[in-house]
Ligand binder design. Structure first.
Ligand code: PEP
Length: 265
């Protein structure tokens, strides 16, 4: 059975002076044993968040990693540098595709680097509004997955705990979320794409797919009502403990219901 996951992307917010307190507050208000919780603060806050979360079952993630291991890449951070600081890493976020011109090929290399460094990758994919309006959303996301994951050993990706976050670009930070039904359609398309990439049906069925894009405590339920959606990557709302309490609480309901459903079968 796939886990229910809520990952917080704090983006370029918080400082080492205040991140620990926020992380501790969120951890204490989201204690749902059936939900996998991850907090991804800025690099400079990783140590503070790690320390604040000692004794809590909340993982720490990075928001990005470099595609090389070391060298002349001023201002960058490589996957092995995160040892002891993080156990997850977001790769291919649309804000990095936009601002750092990251390509699918480069993002695929980051996925490989994350796994080699025992960081669980959350690979973000998603279409622009014009692409959805043109009926090309599924084709665009399939191309992103093929570009990033094609040719990579499926077993390594599965063992490395790869998670996909479907994040329609037009829904990120806009307050305009996708419909649950569209996210579910995309999750099915994502799994059939990786099945085609050599994963096979069983491994593809086990791939966790999150939704991201203006998720709040008010709309989280719409996504989790879809059996193909396994949780959320949350941006803006993840800085608000009240919102996170609602989002993770809703995820806990779903996790318990799904487990009970499996047990009954
Ligand atoms: C994100 O940063 O991945 C995100 C989905 O942001 P928001 O929830 O603010 O739309």
């Amino acid at each position: 059975m796939r886990p229910v996951i809520v990952a917080a992307n704090w983006k370029m917010n918080t400082t080492p002076a205040d991140a620990g307190e926020l992380a501790a507050m969120i951890a204490s208000r989201t204690r749902e044993p059936d939900v996998v919780r991850v907090i991804c603060p800025p690099f400079v806050c990783l140590a503070a968040v790690r320390d604040a979360l000692a004794g809590e079952d909340v993982a720490v993630g990075a928001q990005n990693i470099h595609h090389e291991l070391y060298g002349a890449y001023t201002g960058e951070v490589s996957a092995p540098m995160l040892a002891g600081l993080a156990t997850w890493a977001i790769v291919g976020h649309s804000e990095r595709r936009r601002d750092a011109a990251e390509t699918d090929e480069l993002i695929g290399r980051k996925v490989g680097r994350a796994i080699d460094a025992a960081l669980r990758p959350i690979l973000c994919v998603g279409e622009q509004l014009a692409e959805r309006d043109a009926g090309r959303a599924i084709e665009v996301v399939a191309r992103q997955l093929e570009g990033a994951l094609g040719g990579r050993d499926p077993e390594g990706l599965v063992d490395g705990g790869l998670v996909i976050a479907y994040e329609p670009v037009w829904a990120i930070g806009t307050g305009r979320n996708a419909r649950g039904i569209d996210a579910a359609e995309m999750a099915a398309a994502i799994r059939s794409t990786v099945a085609r990439l050599g994963w096979g049906d069983a491994a593809a069925e086990g791939l966790p797919v999150l939704y991201g894009g203006s998720v709040t405590s008010a709309n989280m339920g719409e996504f989790l009502e879809e059996p193909s959606i396994d949780g959320a990557l949350v941006g803006g709302a993840s800085l608000k403990p009240d919102e996170m309490a609602g989002i993770v609480g809703r995820a806990g309901m779903t996790a318990r219901a799904r487990r009970a459903g499996t047990e009954m079968r």
